[in-house]
Design a protein around this ligand. Structure first.
Ligand code: UFG
Length: 340
């Protein structure tokens, strides 16, 4: 049987595809390539389709013997989500509705879902636990929370079991340097910092230094993308053992300030990386740190790359080897859809 990975050509999706192939799973990918890269997945069964195209999705389910779905396909930029709520509701919430509907029609009853710390909003407690209040402060987090709730009701109605994984700050790249992070536009701190030693920008701007944190800059919990990938596999194994649906945080449990991240990047790249303070970015909570005890205890997750230096070193390895990301490798001929 096969595992369908939606959004498998995206950043976290492609690393998860790689991890599942390393575990000898049979993988089928669907991705509309709105932000994913065809060359990020070296796989035979790749479909360039949108999950909202239920007929195409249904053909894929019928062509392959799908056992479970790992669902990444979604819009995921906080700032953009505030300006384009229609797109976020349509792709994320309606997309999830289409996916669950086709799963139901094809009697597929397991899904692992890519959720986010943005479901919590401004945290009441640090570290954040799964039972803490969810009160999103942006459209992106709100749509992901709506998707989680939809799965709950589809479980009631159709017995589709789910695991929802709330990631904190994903970073790093596969150790081979063959795949990594390539967003356009890039908005995330670590790849933006690394653009300085790559010669693509002359400095990094720090958004605010007047937060009540150790040095005034925002603190985040950075988690290696391959540790996220392994959590998806453990979640699938958990569902395969007929466990009930569940929600897990995924983070290291360590917080690093923006200044600390820049310092570690200076060490890894051996570059001075000039930094300048700018005004705060709207909607940024001061501190986001996960408690991942539940994932450790229930699915046996143990993050391997818990040092920020290792995470940044792997990201750096990818960027040095692929300064233009995937663009120089892209080939239209290699793309095909479910209609072919
Ligand atoms: N930052 C800067 N300068 C930059 C870019 C970012 O100072 O040029 C700061 C941000 O203000 C923030 C921190 O670096 O304090 C991290 O910012 P990112 O944009 O890298 O990540 P976010 O914490 O905003 O968001 C990420 C994901 C979200 C997810 C969230 C959960 O992009 O999807 O983590 O923690 F919801």
């Amino acid at each position: 049987m096969s595992i369908l990975i939606t959004g498998g050509a995206g950043y976290i999706g492609s690393h998860t595809v790689r991890y599942f192939l390393e575990q000898n799973e049979d993988v089928v990918v669907i991705d509309n390539l709105q932000s994913g890269h065809r060359n990020a997945v070296n796989i035979e069964h790749f479909y360039e389709n949108d999950i909202r195209d239920q007929e195409a999705l249904d053909r894929i389910f019928k062509r392959h013997d799908i056992e479970a779905v790992i669902h990444f396909a979604a819009n995921s930029l906080v700032g953009e989500s505030m300006k384009k709520p229609f797109e976020y509701y349509h792709n994320n919430v309606y997309g999830m509705m289409c996916l669950l509907n086709v799963m139901k029609d094809n009697n597929v009853n397991k899904i692992v879902f890519s959720s986010t710390a943005a479901t919590y909003g401004e945290p009441m407690n640090i570290p954040i636990q799964e039972e803490d209040e969810t009160n999103p402060t942006n459209t992106y987090g709100e749509t992901k929370l709506a998707m989680e709730k939809m799965m709950k009701w589809f479980e009631q109605g159709y017995d589709i079991k789910y695991v929802s994984l709330r990631y904190f700050n994903a970073a790093g790249a596969h150790r081979s340097g063959a795949i990594g992070e390539d967003h356009n536009p890039e908005t995330h701190l670590i790849p933006l910092i690394l653009q300085v030693p790559l010669g693509k920008r002359d400095r990094i701007y720090m958004f605010g230094d007047d937060y009540s944190t150790i040095d005034g800059t925002c603190v985040r919990d950075y988690i290696h993308v391959m540790d996220l990938a392994s959590a998806h596999y453990l979640s699938l194994e958990y569902l395969r053992s007929n466990h009930s649906s569940n929600i897990f945080n995924l983070g290291n449990g360590n917080g690093y300030s923006v200044k600390e991240v820049i310092d570690v990047a200076r060490k890894v790249t051996n570059h001075t990386i000039p930094a300048e303070v700018k005004e705060r970015r709207a909607g940024d909570p001061a501190v986001l740190i996960a408690s991942s005890e539940k994932a450790k205890n229930v699915i046996g997750w143990s993050p391997k790359f818990d040092s920020l230096e290792k995470i940044i070193a792997d990201a750096w390895n990818w960027h040095v080897n692929n300064p233009e990301g995937y663009t120089q490798k892209f080939s239209k001929e290699s793309v095909r859809g479910a209609s072919t």
